[in-house]
Design a protein around this ligand. Sequence first.
Ligand SMILES: NC(=O)c1ccc[n+]([C@@H]2O[C@H](COP(=O)([O-])OP(=O)(O)OC[C@H]3O[C@@H](n4cnc5c(N)ncnc54)[C@H](O)[C@@H]3O)[C@@H](O)[C@H]2O)c1
Length: 372
Amino acid sequence: MSYLKKSWNVVHNKTVEYAIYNSEDIFNPENDIMLIDSDIDGSNRFVVVDQFVYDIYNKQIENYFESNNINYKIVPFESSEKNKNIENYIKLFKQLDEFPINRRNEPIIAIGGGVVTDVIGFVSSCYRRGIPHIKIPTTLMGYIDASIGIKTGINFDSYKNRMGSFEPPKYVILDKYFLLTLPKRHILNGVGEILKIAVIKNHHLFELLEMYGTECIESKFQDEIGMNILNISIEDMIEELQPNLYENNLERCVDFGHTFSPALEMKDIRNLLHGEAVCIDIVFSTILSRVHSLITKSEEEKVIDLVKKLELPYYSSVITPELFWESIIERTHHRDGMQRIPLPTDIGEYCFVNDIKYNELVEACKILNSYK
Ligand SMILES: NC(=O)c1ccc[n+]([C@@H]2O[C@H](COP(=O)([O-])OP(=O)(O)OC[C@H]3O[C@@H](n4cnc5c(N)ncnc54)[C@H](O)[C@@H]3O)[C@@H](O)[C@H]2O)c1
């Protein structure tokens, strides 16, 4: 006897499309990039701005909206991994209720690093079941990575991005001049993600970093070669994200550097930045790749030499094989029951591995210690 009496299928296809614009002088009232597609006169904008950026640009931002006859509320947000939390998420809901905006034509504007754009992306995906948002990254991490895709999130219960969603922005605005005020540590933080793309996917980008990385870090990527490196990183990122925006395929090469880093970052949340944890993971995963007989010692050394040349971090005292084994177990759940660890097989080439053993982590930790 069949218990199934009838069924209904609901099918709906939604196209995801958003632009990533490169612009400059974005707070010039004549630059309408923040207001495209809007009925602007008299409309409202809820603008969340990284506190540091707010301190520098608040007068210009206010002038921008006033000159364009926009009723605005600016919410400064003190960014840090610790503040990417549920309390701030709820606070933003309350602030939105106090400054009501239309559900479709008054997008929230997020101006800041990866923390602001991740939190605002998540708020906008849930507020009234989804309202539009515009991302304007002001850190290198945001510029080449966090603002490009559709992932949003907040940390919860000692796990990175445990709560979150996939929420496409209305659009993204890149303006490299924001990078000029970034401290060197935060420039290097973003370089960690550029290195990820170089090691796993783009040998040419790796060579560019070898040749020009140091001067680009010095100039904060403002010169032509710096711009070229940023553009290549973004294009490679889009190439990986676009066909797999919702991560239906869990074998993602851009997860390189993100197998051990989530545990590392949360274990040392007061000291380690996201890109620093990613960079240490890149080094560790490269060593692991040699331990797993996928690359030679000379390829491993090439990566480590570049990391040292660019003054990127490659070691943390909190690393233990136990911590990294726990991270593999957690990532295995995240990757639906298989390790799916992307490891380099050469500079710019990769494969996915599902059979890393605890002893290999012990061996890789020993080798990492020898590079100290
Ligand atoms: N959604 C994604 O796909 C994705 C991808 C990568 C990283 N992330 C997330 O991004 C976060 C890290 O982003 P982040 O490194 O930008 O950190 P962040 O947002 O905390 O910014 C870092 C610091 O830079 C300051 N700052 C911001 N703009 C500045 C400017 N122009 N000049 C000077 N200081 C400025 C901030 O106040 C903060 O102190 C992590 O939480 C990570 O999980 C998300």
